[in-house]
Design a protein around this ligand. Structure first.
Ligand SMILES: [Zn+2]
Length: 82
């Protein structure tokens, strides 16, 4: 479905890894949700939430909720948690 983002995730570090200067590979759980094309949005979000909190939010979200969680993070909104 999102072929462009998948290619980007494979060829470039995702926004999270790029920010942390980490190697990004196919096991990266952040890559599908924070592609390099959204790096500037990720930068803004991590200033508010912090990378560790973003990772925590993503880890706590159920797999089918992660896309929505990522969108909330990138939109700089508080992620609602039960
Ligand atoms: Zn990554």
């Amino acid at each position: 479905m999102e072929n462009r983002d998948q290619v980007a995730a494979q060829n470039h570090a995702c926004a999270s890894c790029k920010h942390q200067r980490r190697k990004c590979d196919e096991t990266c759980e952040m890559a599908p949700y924070f592609p390099a094309s959204r790096y500037s949005e990720f930068q803004n979000a991590q200033k508010i939430f912090g990378v560790s909190n973003i990772q925590k939010i993503m880890a706590m979200a159920a797999p089918d909720q992660r896309q929505a969680a990522a969108e909330s993070i990138l939109a700089e909104r508080e992620c609602k948690e039960k």
